[in-house]
Design a protein around this ligand. Structure first.
Ligand code: ZN
Ligand code: ZN
Length: 335
């Protein structure tokens, strides 16, 4: 079968590998769609999340159950069920798993979602509605992260909110913000097409950080108060500091991206003290999959999900991803 690999330092390659067999407690998924994420690229270029070659890539998937391994009878899963999956198998035995925080599992083992098939623990697999459009549900995992960010923020009705970076994950988060009762929703985004998309989705203001003074615009929009909540979803070190400059008193800055591992954010603690502002960060969380599956039909999926590229032409999909034109690019893993 075809599988997209982190082959060598800085290099992705489409490999031909054996179809995996499900072991005890595992199921095999026939991947329908898998979406490209900046994290996939950062794993190959920066080795984030402990990525080392050779390693199968891809963590945002939808598909159908293809085979059940021994000991999965009580999982409630059946061959042919439409499903999505938490992107790593967790051990259930380390201290984090025992504390009910499997997202921090010390023995987390990723599967490669950019593959025709993958196997993973039945515990990580979540059933989708029978009528689910599998292309849409490929963004369940990033929606999980957006829900986690919203839970951490949290936004009260009428609070002012800014979000910088309308990439794939930023567009999903923006959609969740717009559903939340947030006010004066402002996007900060250098790509004109993405600013236009954000305004179409319902954002009130769009700032181009390349040509405009972000702090002056933020002051004008919020009458000098700063935003109640600022999300930084670009992952760009250049965008990280302005997020702190535009947050208001008792505000929250939520860093919602994977930054380069060696990047250190300059924080003026006197400014932060004067504002009583808080800095928060977001990781993924398997417990939120059922909520993400519920929320997904409320998202503007036709605007968030861009071109579909066959897995056999994955490299073209990656080029499109780098063009920065579309929020989410999806690989059709059956073609
Ligand atoms: Zn992702
Ligand atoms: Zn564990």
């Amino acid at each position: 079968m075809r599988s997209l690999y982190f082959a060598r330092e800085g290099t992705m390659e489409l490999w031909d590998v054996d179809v995996p067999s499900p072991g005890a407690g595992q199921v095999r998924i026939r991947t329908a769609f898998a979406s490209l994420c900046a994290t996939d690229v950062h794993q190959v270029t920066m080795g984030v999340l402990g990525a080392k070659p050779p390693m199968a890539l891809g963590h945002e998937t939808s598909g159908t159950v293809d085979a059940l391994g021994p000991g999965t009878e009580s999982s409630g899963l059946h061959v042919g069920d439409k499903v999505t999956a938490f992107p790593v198998s967790v051990c259930g035995q380390c201290l984090h798993c025992k504390r009910g925080q499997p997202q921090y599992c010390e023995n987390a083992a990723p599967f490669g979602g950019f593959s025709e098939y993958y196997v993973t623990s039945a515990n990580n697999v979540f059933a989708l509605p029978d009528d689910a459009d599998l292309k849409s549900f490929t963004i369940t995992e990033p929606t999980v992260c957006a829900i986690r960010a919203m839970d951490l923020a949290p936004i009260q009705h009428g609070q002012t909110v800014a979000i910088s970076g309308i990439g794939g994950i930023g567009a999903i988060l923006l959609n969740a913000i717009l559903l939340s009762g947030a006010a004066k929703v402002t996007v900060i985004e250098p790509v004109a097409a993405k600013r236009a998309l954000a305004l179409e989705l319902g954002a009130a203001y769009a700032i181009d950080p390349a040509t405009e003074d972000v702090v002056a615009r933020a002051d004008a929009i919020t009458a000098g108060l700063g935003f109640d909540v600022v999300f930084e979803a670009s992952g760009s070190p250049r965008a990280a500091k302005p997020a702190l400059d535009i947050v208001g008193r008792c505000g929250r800055v939520v860093y919602f991206a994977v930054y380069p591992p060696d990047f250190e954010l300059p924080v003026n603690l006197y400014d932060l003290y004067s504002k009583e502002a808080a800095i928060l960060t977001v990781f993924t969380n398997p417990d939120l999959f059922p909520r993400a599956i519920n929320l997904l039909p409320r998202l503007a999926l036709d605007r968030i999900i861009g071109p579909v590229v066959p897995l056999s032409r994955a490299m073209e999909g990656i080029e499109l991803f780098h063009s920065g034109e579309y929020p989410k690019i999806v690989l059709d893993c059956t073609a």
